[in-house]
Design a protein around this ligand. Structure first.
Ligand SMILES: [Zn+2]
Length: 128
């Protein structure tokens, strides 16, 4: 199960971008099917990882775009049912396009409330 190492790397990437004292609420990722990530295993790994970091309620939203084939002969692009699917034009060697994305799309955080800072005292020195 490589989802645990992916979850740990993902959280490390997020942590490097979090403002100090921020609480992670959610992360949205796009993971193409070429990575072989099982969504349920990824959710389990994510929950275990964020709970260890102190953010047990941080959600992981996974967008899985379909992979596609593109025909080099006619340029047709489609979502196949199998990797070896041939093009409608009869060409046999369609290329895989897309499906290998792994993107961190967004993170939602909660920042601690700002502490009120009193305005600086106005002092007059010297004559105007
Ligand atoms: Zn074709």
């Amino acid at each position: 199960m490589h989802e645990m190492s992916i979850a740990m790397e993902l959280l490390g990437l997020i942590e490097r971008r979090l403002p100090p004292d921020a609480t992670l609420e959610a992360a949205q990722v796009r993971i193409g099917p070429m990575h072989g990530v099982v969504a349920e295993a990824m959710q389990w790994a994510w929950q275990a990882t964020v709970a260890e970091k102190g953010w047990p309620k941080a959600r992981l939203l996974i967008d899985t775009p379909p992979w596609q084939l593109k025909c080099p002969a006619c340029g047709r692009q489609w979502n196949p049912q199998a990797m070896d699917e041939r093009c409608a034009c009869g060409h046999l060697e369609a290329r895989v396009v897309g499906g290998d994305e792994f993107l961190l799309l967004s993170i939602d955080v909660v920042l601690p409330p700002k502490t009120a800072v009193p305005p600086p005292a106005i002092t007059k020195t010297g004559a105007l």
